[in-house]
Every structure is written in C-alpha cells, then in structure tokens.
Design a protein around this ligand. Sequence first.
Ligand code: CAA
Length: 260
Amino acid sequence: MNYKNLLTNFEDGILTVTINRPKALNALNRQTLDDLRQLFEKDALELEGLSGIILTGAGDKSFVAGADISEFTGLDAQGGLDMAQNGHDIFFSIERFPKPVIAAVGGYALGGGCELAMSCHIRVVSNKALFGQPEVNLGLIPGYGGTQRLIQYIGKGRALEILMTADMIDAQKALNWGLANHVVPHGEEVKKAKEILKKIGKKAPVAVSKAIAAVNAFFESQKDGFEQEVIEFAQTVNTEDFKEGASAFLEKRKAVFVGK
Ligand code: CAA
C-alpha cells in the first residue's frame, strides 16, 4: 500500500490508517481524498485477513481540520458540485465498507473532518476531541455529507444550532449527544479502537457486514438530502461571501460578509 498522505500499518488483521499532514492539521486536500478513495474502494477491499480499519490523524492536535481551504482559491459553482460529489462518493464508500471502520479522534474533527468521522461506523475520541461544522465562518455549508449525517447522530435541533453557530462540540458533549461512542484519555483512542475491533473480529464476519449494510439501509432511504447538499454547497461556493471567508482564513483576519 503506497500513498502520498496516508500512513498504514497492518497488524493482527487490523489496518491502522493515519492521515499524515500534521502541519495543515491533516486537512483533506485532493491528494488525501484520492488516497482515501484508493484505500477504501480498492486496496482494503482486496486485503487478505482484514478484520477492520482504524482511521486517525497524525500529530497530537487534530484528527482532520476540514477540507483544505488553500485549495478553495478559484473554485466556481461547477467546481463546488464536483468537489462535493467527489467527497460524497468517497465518504459513502467508507460508510458502506463491509468491515468495521472506527474513527480514532484525538483532536479537531472540523468540517470535512467531522464529516469523515461521521462516515465511519464507530467514533472513539480522546478527552481533547473537538467536533464542529464551522463552514458558515467561510461563507459555506458542509459539502461532504455533514448536513445529513449530523442530523442522524445528534438530531435536527442540535444539528441546526451547530451548523448555524459553528460552535464546537467537546468530547463529553459528543458522548452525551451520541456522536462519540467512547471517550478515553488523550492518546489512548487508537488502543481502545483496537480493543473494539478485536472483539468484533471474533464475531461472524458475514453477519458483521450484513449488520453494517442493514443499518445503512435505514438512512439511505433519505438520500435526497445528500443530493440537495451538493446543490446548496455549490451555490454557496458561488457567493462573494465564500471568496471573502476563504481569503480571510488564509490571510489570518476576520471575514467581513456582505450577504451576496
Ligand atoms: N485547510 C487548510 N489549512 C488548514 C486548515 C484547513 N482546513 N486548518 C488548519 N490549517 C492550517 C493553518 O492554515 C495553519 O497553517 P500555517 O501554520 O501554514 O499557518 C496550520 O494548519 C495550523 O493551524 P492554526 O495555526 O490555525 O492552528 P490553531 O490551533 O490556531 O487553530 C483551528 C486550529 C481552530 C482548527 C483552525 O486552524 C481552523 O479554524 N481551521 C479551519 C477549520 C475549518 O474551517 N474547517 C472547515 C473547512 S471547509 C470544509 O471542510 C467544507 C466541507 O465540508 C467540504
């Protein structure tokens, strides 16, 4: 397995995948998304003896801090549609992966990072984890399934508040709200994820795959919301506010939105 932005370790049937861009807080640039697609749509499917996957982020601070904002320059509505559709496809491949996938979250899981963690089957998080969908700060909405999966985990009212205020959810609140399965001391999230995968690894593999498929089927009847998110995301990409929001982040200043 050879990737530019992923580190992999395969041991005792467990594939640990580390998103490795710590200087950018593991932000998802195009290359990283290509790597994830290659892994979940081909390499891991073909891996003999695989019982489950742990997805985590390099460094001490972040799981994934979102889509890579430095790649937003020059994005137009068509680019927004393509970007969101690409993310949706990859995150559905993770959600539909026939073996258990656990996100081990040791820090920021923001924007595309929160969306990535939500596309995994289980989230084990450190006491320093912070979830959020801060896209409105950039003049955007989530584009990788966040508007839909956040409702699935925390409910409509909480989801709307998080999406509109950009407030972060700490580990304890994530646990109370059903976004996190377990909170562990910082640094122990991969260890705990391994324990869970070892337990699942002793169960009947076909039954485990069927459980994943059956649970996903409940939510896939609501697929239209995902299609709507792609359209709405592309429309936010087409605004002056998005250009201002992304520039302000990169120039390290406060955005001034005009509502256009
Ligand atoms: N894209 C690109 N670079 C990012 C990034 C991102 N999403 N998040 C952080 N970085 C970079 C910073 O630019 C910085 O780089 P330099 O050292 O070269 O300046 C480095 O990572 C460290 O970040 P900070 O200095 O900002 O670290 P901090 O501890 O002060 O703040 C933070 C951490 C609160 C996570 C802050 O970095 C932040 O707000 N990041 C952006 C989060 C965000 O808005 N995510 C959503 C992106 S849009 C999206 O994901 C859309 C979608 O659904 C598809």
